[in-house]
Ligand binder design. Structure first.
Ligand code: AMP
Length: 147
């Protein structure tokens, strides 16, 4: 599989540069995490490494450990904040794999027994609702320096 070059004008690169807003829940030296604007379930959060790569295969392996450490932290907070029965953690590569934004990211999505997910990348959420959901996730994260 040939991987196209990274495009620094993708929407997550713009969020990382602060050029467009996001409902941010977490940041450390390696990643940011913010609410997905088209959530497949309430609480759907994206964890995005600061280092540029299009997907998993062109990422610096050194990025992956800190990325998944943050995914674990955010996933725990999302599960608590939304009283989820479970979580689905996904990462898509290239259009054939379902990827639509070409900067590596990991989805953290709450799941509930017997409740189907909403469709991927469809249906923009109300910004006020996303802001409230982001606040719930932030409140469920450990205070910086404690975990
Ligand atoms: P993927 O298909 O894995 O590339 O998923 C990209 C995700 O980014 C989708 O779930 C979109 O709903 C989400 N998304 C697109 N634009 C934004 C944005 N500006 N802020 C937050 N999430 C976004």
């Amino acid at each position: 599989m040939t991987i196209p070059a990274y495009d620094p004008n993708n929407i997550f690169a713009k969020i990382l540069r602060g050029e467009i807003p996001s409902h941010r829940v977490y940041e450390d030296a390696h990643v940011i995490a913010f609410m997905d604007v088209m959530p497949q379930a309430d609480g759907h959060t994206l964890v995005v490494p600061k280092a540029a790569s299009r997907g998993l295969l062109d990422a610096d392996p050194a990025v992956l450990g800190p990325l998944f450490t943050a995914v674990q932290k955010v996933a725990g907070a999302v599960k608590t904040a939304f009283a989820a029965d479970g979580l689905v953690i996904t990462q898509f590569n290239e259009p054939a794999g379902g990827q639509t934004v070409f900067h590596l990211h990991v989805h953290v999505i709450p799941r509930y027994e017997g409740v189907p997910l909403r469709q991927h990348g469809r249906g923009m959420a109300d910004p006020a609702v996303l802001a409230a959901h982001a606040e719930k996730v932030r409140a469920a994260l450990p205070a910086p320096g404690t975990a």
